[in-house]
Design a protein around this ligand. Structure first.
Ligand SMILES: [Zn+2]
Length: 391
């Protein structure tokens, strides 16, 4: 994710924070702080409390806001543990976890999945997160209960009771919300994995996506009737998520068994680092390729693209050479890799082409357009493998 930075590693997984994350703590703190009465009554309802307990430590002065900061911080610790639960199970199943990122909407684990997820891997991986939230929720409610019965009628007991009572409630809501049977929620994956025990993965995904759409429509209708904007937004989010999942699985189906070699353009036009930018531009006109690998002494030194030229300042453009503006850190791929892996690298739209490197030599180039064209052809000719489901 762009705009995030690494704060450290845990179990070998880079932990990242997106800048939007810093907005959510104050927003939550204000929401909780201004609605402290509601928070208190919610927690009391959970425990069926009829006699009020000492809430002086959380209602006076700035305390509601301090409490808000504390609860939102602890909530995100919970969200982080939820993501770590997904990631640790994924590692255990032999998958690579590139990062865990916290951002405004919660957390996201970047897991390099199989071409097609196997239900016996996906099921425990998807359910681990919500179970962690449930666990944290129950532990928090346990702490709240203990402070209620063991040290009653003190302000400290009241403080612990309300903080952990509310935190527990939020984590249990998180558990339930994540288990909604709709993509991109964990519940959608759980449902798909369960269906995939009996059905091919493609069909399981279609059915899970359809159920997700129904859930989204129900949410949307309830949201419209009750004028609940958040519910409407969730409905849209879920509805779009369903479509994306079906597209993803269609891609994996169409690209099953296809390697980078099958789609790459070879031989590839390359340029030397000392080529003037004007010449590189002319080469783009004549070849209609918008990017070239830069080769220095037989090895890949970088990539130069139209975008690199556009961002170079106009005045210097005539004096500059390819080496001055090329991107030096280039993601490469080997020809034996699955084409789907190449698509995953290209999908975020930040790069348009990947040089294909074999034994240290650039042998080809693969672009998003190449992959899309190949998929179109395979779709028309019906050469898709019937099922890539690997039990
Ligand atoms: Zn999750």
């Amino acid at each position: 994710m762009d705009g995030s930075f690494e704060i450290g590693k845990l179990a070998g997984i880079p932990i990242k924070i997106h800048y939007t994350f810093f907005l959510i703590i104050p927003i939550f703190a204000i929401i909780i702080g201004t609605q402290i009465e509601l928070t208190i009554s919610l927690v009391e309802q959970v425990f069926g409390l009829t006699e009020p307990i000492d809430a002086s430590l959380i209602t006076e002065g700035f305390m509601p806001y301090i409490l808000g900061v504390l609860v939102s911080f602890l909530l995100f610790v919970g969200v982080f543990l939820h993501e770590m639960a997904h990631s640790v199970v994924a590692l255990h199943k032999g998958m690579k976890v590139s990062s865990v990122t916290l951002f405004i909407l919660g957390g996201a684990s970047e897991i390099e999945d199989e071409v097609s997820p196997r239900p016996r891997d996906e099921l425990p991986m998807a359910i681990a997160g919500p179970l962690m939230s449930l666990f944290i929720g129950l532990i928090s409610e346990g702490i709240a209960y203990v402070s209620l019965v063991s040290i009653p009628e003190t302000a400290i007991a009241g403080l612990l009771f309300y903080i952990f009572g509310y935190l527990g409630l939020l984590n249990i809501i998180l558990f339930a919300f994540n288990l909604l049977p709709a993509f991109p929620m964990d519940g959608g994956r759980v449902l798909r994995a369960l269906l995939a025990i009996w059905l091919p993965i493609e069909k399981a995904t279609r059915i899970a996506a359809e159920i997700g759409r129904v859930v989204a429509i129900i949410f949307g209708i309830i949201g419209l009737i009750t004028f609940n904007v958040i519910l409407i937004l969730i409905a849209v989010f879920i509805y779009l998520g369903a479509g994306q999942e079906v597209t993803m699985i269609r891609y994996t189906q169409l690209l099953a068994g296809v390697t980078v070699r099958d789609a790459m353009t070879s031989p590839v036009t390359t340029v030397p680092p000392e080529m003037p930018i004007a010449d590189a531009m002319n080469l783009m006109y004549s070849t209609r390729h918008l990017g070239f690998p830069v080769i220095e002494r037989g090895a890949l030194a970088g990539m130069v693209t139209l975008h690199d030229i556009q961002t170079a300042s106009g005045i210097d453009r005539d004096a500059l050479q390819v080496r001055d503006i090329m991107t030096r850190e280039v993601i490469t791929i080997t020809p034996e890799r699955d084409l789907y892996d190449a698509l995953k690298i290209l999908a975020p739209n930040t790069i348009g082409r990947i040089p294909v490197v074999e034994n240290g030599e650039v042998t080809g180039i693969v672009t998003r357009t190449d992959i899309l064209k190949l998929m179109e052809i395979r779709e028309v000719s019906g050469t898709t493998t019937r099922s890539v489901f690997r039990p």
